[in-house]
Design a protein around this ligand. Structure first.
Ligand code: BGC
Length: 417
């Protein structure tokens, strides 16, 4: 169901429901898809913080990497007239929900907490609908990473790659050593995650921006895009035959336990390494995806706030918003999640070398023009177009479609409504 239809259904459902307006214990219900080991540990920190503030936590966790299942569950709840207090929604989707008039204005918390002063503009813009805060950012994930097991490299006599030529040399050696070169899960959002890093590595940040953010037809169907698909086709040959449907965290586990050498994934993968007690630089390496050292694909997780009834629930919602924005929360959540704080004023002291690199690179790329929104993680374009492009990539990954046909199909997909 389109979001447009949701609001009508919501109003109809709401008129049938009697909302208890008072006497409810302060509670927040939060829809999220943080269910893997590292993710669940991170979400538990928010629950702990809310309970310490006397607000009970109703967990609405919907498993499924990338959040597609969670979005389906959210739509059903909003249609039924019982939206949760907050939901993990991000990027342009916040605007789509804003248009439906179902999001709560939380400016009062933002003004009091001086959010404008502590958030980079690239972050605060996404949290506002028509100039008013309706969402809070929990972190910034970097997507263009390659996770590597150095023991596997060593066994194979391979070295850490910095570009695609070196990447395929390493992949060949790992394969020859009888191990899996690339850990991957064959799910459309994971395919899209690899694809966007390949486009960035092959074409550079300016090309990425033109193709996957501006959706310029001449860039989508171009020799550079065809080269990106050729590279993706080659990557496919290093993925094991059991990859179909595999969850991303199971692919990360293959790196952790030395079954596979390298994985393209955002830094929520680091949450899995941390939860398994692994140390960066020693047990695993976080390298920029081949050819993307000077770029940064950002993915900002945020909690959008829904209209809730009753003074108690509204107060609990503002408590949640304030808690998420507190330096205390941004530190502990991101130490577990693998991401970096979204706000300024959080000490760097406890963060590891991967997180520090991410912080420095975000800063540098925001000045150089290398900072680009992640297409695969809902930061770049509206959900209909992103879904259609993701479908093309998934078709490419699962068939013998040519690179030329895929590039051409992107042009049509970019017009989806
Ligand atoms: C989200 C992360 C999450 C990952 C895997 C990404 O789109 O931003 O928070 O850990 O998907 O589900």
């Amino acid at each position: 169901m389109k979001l447009k239809q949701i609001v009508q259904a919501t109003l109809a459902a709401a008129s049938l429901l009697a909302f208890p307006l008072s006497g409810m214990a302060a509670e927040v219900e939060v829809l999220h898809y943080w269910t893997s080991g590292g993710e669940a540990k991170s979400a538990a920190e928010l629950k702990k913080l809310m309970e310490a503030k006397g607000v009970s936590w109703k967990d609405f966790a919907v498993a499924g990497g990338g959040g597609e299942n969670a979005m389906t569950a959210l739509k059903a709840r909003v249609i039924a007239g019982s939206a949760p207090t907050a939901a993990q929604i991000k990027g342009p989707s916040i605007q789509e929900w804003g248009k439906e008039a179902v999001l709560a204005n939380i400016d009062v918390a933002a003004t009091e907490g001086k959010w404008d002063a502590s958030l980079p503009k690239v972050v605060s813009n996404v949290m506002k609908y028509k100039g008013h805060y309706v969402a809070v950012p929990v972190n910034v994930h970097r997507v263009n990473w390659l996770w590597v097991n150095p023991e596997v490299l060593k066994k194979a006599g391979a070295t850490a790659p910095t570009n695609f030529d070196e990447f395929f040399v390493a992949a060949d050696k790992i394969k020859k050593a009888g191990l899996i070169a690339i850990a991957h899960g064959g799910q459309p959002w994971q395919d899209a995650t690899v694809f966007e890093s390949v486009v960035l590595g092959v074409g550079g940040a300016a090309f990425y921006q033109k193709a996957l953010v501006q959706l310029d037809p001449a860039s989508l169907n171009s020799p550079t895009m065809i080269k990106a698909f050729d590279t993706l086709a080659k990557i496919k040959t290093y993925i094991d035959k059991d990859a179909a449907g595999r969850d991303w965290n199971l692919a990360t586990a293959m790196i952790i336990n030395g079954k596979a050498g390298m994985q393209f994934m955002g830094d929520w993968a680091k949450g899995e390494f941390s939860a398994a007690g692994k140390q960066p630089g020693k047990d695993y390496l976080c390298l920029p995806a081949p050819g993307t050292e000077k770029a940064f694909t950002f993915n900002i997780d945020s909690l959008a706030m829904f209209n809730v009834k009753g003074a108690d629930q509204q107060k609990a919602q503002l408590t949640l918003a304030n808690a998420v924005m507190s330096p205390e929360f941004q530190e502990v959540f991101n130490l577990n999640k693998g991401s970096i704080p979204a706000r300024a004023g959080v000490s760097r002291a406890k963060f590891d070398s991967c997180a520090l690199k991410s912080m420095d690179d975000m800063d540098a790329t925001s000045k150089s023009g290398g900072l680009v929104p992640s297409f695969a993680h809902g930061m770049a374009i509206d959900s209909a177009k992103a879904g259609a492009i993701q479908d093309v990539v998934a078709r490419f990954m699962n068939s013998s479609m040519t690179s030329q046909a895929a590039a051409l199909a992107l042009v049509k997909a970019a017009k989806a409504k």
